[in-house]
Design a protein around this ligand. Structure first.
Ligand SMILES: Nc1ncnc2c1ncn2[C@@H]1O[C@H](COP(=O)(O)OP(=O)(O)OP(=O)(O)O)[C@@H](O)[C@H]1O
Length: 365
């Protein structure tokens, strides 16, 4: 990988601590990228705030990587403009955009030691050897790799390599950090550990960070806001909680978490809200309670809808019990946190489901 650092920064411009005041604001203004007959990204307009952690999430082929590569300057937009700190970067080559970049496959220089990998961006900025050593020592300590400075990348584990990649992206103090599936190559436990590490680094360094992933857990854990993309366009942009609790469309409801969508449910849905045209009702599986048909109703029963159904299937999933329950024409997914005093139902059992009417959401079809 080539480093994308401007070499205009002098030694005295580099802060004495590896902490810059803020990241940069980034704007996409009607950005389109056409390949042949396909718009990989269409009319993308988005403002990423200074210091924000924004994740672009979406299925394969939705245009996430294209959006990131446009920002990095690796590809040029067909139309539209990208601004960093309110200045257009259309004519700025990628190596002058002052961005730290981390890819899924580490992209460390394989023939350089960890130290030399970290020093490289500093060298590109004309920083003298003595200062480089100070920065590098500090960064190695920060990512808990002080013992590993003299190793080659191939002598490190995947997680350690990815920490070096993060350290190298941050060491020259760029205002923008771009992460492309940064944890994609790591196994699950390590991913979770690294998510915490990335969160800490973001808090500490305050870089405007744009992360591309198709891993919803990663997006929900790390992000201030998430952009959900679909077929080259933004479907919804919101905080993780708002996206999960109030998805605007059926696509978002299904893509982020699990959703019961009442299309043609075969029973009457009770709602307190008026349903607009072109919408369908949905409820999250963990908002539904399951009980035996003769169980006493809760005190808030007048605010709930009760339906009877038959269990199709039940599986244990760690701390959750997952039911599939047939009600009318629908099979509803129900998620229950396992508690010792709960009754357990199996396939064929008649049950009563209930949910708060206010937990129903209407999403655009
Ligand atoms: N260089 C290219 N030439 C032609 N088509 C391309 C090129 N790069 C991307 N595309 C197409 O543009 C669309 C968006 O691709 P992109 O890589 O941005 O998707 P993505 O959301 O990042 O997918 P993934 O999660 O699989 O990486 C896809 O249909 C892809 O085939």
């Amino acid at each position: 990988m080539t480093m994308h650092l401007s070499n205009t920064v002098l030694v005295e411009d580099v802060p004495s601590k590896n902490i810059s005041a803020t990241g940069a604001q980034i704007e996409f203004r009607g950005v389109t990228k056409i390949y042949g007959a396909l718009a990989a990204v269409r009319e993308l307009s988005l403002t990423v705030h200074q210091g924000e952690f924004l994740t672009i999430l979406g299925p394969s082929g939705s245009g996430k990587t294209t959006a990131l590569m446009l920002l990095a300057g690796f590809i040029a937009p067909t139309s539209g403009d990208i601004r960093i700190s309110r200045k257009s970067v259309s004519k700025v080559p990628s190596y002058r955009r002052d961005q730290g970049i981390v890819f899924q496959n580490y992209a460390l220089f394989p023939h350089l030691t960890v130290r030399r990998n970290l020093e490289f961006p500093l060298e590109m900025r004309g920083i003298k050897a003595a200062e480089r050593a100070v920065f590098t020592d500090r960064m190695l300590r920060r990512v808990h790799l002080e013992e590993f400075g003299n190793r080659m990348p191939s002598q490190l584990s995947g997680g350690q390599q990815q920490r070096v990649a993060l350290a190298r992206a941050l060491i020259a103090d760029p205002p923008v950090l771009l992460l492309d599936e940064p944890l994609g190559a790591l196994d699950r436990n390590l991913r979770e550990q690294m998510q915490v590490e990335i969160k800490h680094l973001h808090k500490e360094f305050g870089k405007t960070t744009i992360c591309v992933t198709h891993d919803q857990d990663e997006a929900l854990t790390l992000s201030d806001r998430i952009v959900v993309m679909r077929a080259g366009e933004i479907e919804q942009t919101d905080t993780p909680q708002a996206l999960y609790d109030r998805p605007a469309t059926r696509f978002v409801a299904n893509f982020l978490g699990e959703a019961n969508i009442f299309d043609n449910s075969g029973f009457e849905l009770q709602t307190d809200a008026t349903q607009s045209a072109g919408t369908v009702a949905m409820i999250r599986p963990e908002r539904i309670s399951v009980a035996s048909v003769d169980a006493p109703k809760r005190p808030d029963a007048e605010r709930r809808q009760f339906v009877s159904g038959v269990v199709d299937d039940m599986i244990y999933a760690g701390p959750l019990r997952k039911y599939q329950v047939r009600v009318g024409n629908s099979v509803l997914a129900v998620r229950e946190h396992v508690a010792s005093d709960q009754q357990i139902f199996g396939a064929g059992d008649e049950v009563r489901l209930d949910w708060l009417r206010s937990d129903l959401r209407f999403v655009r079809v």
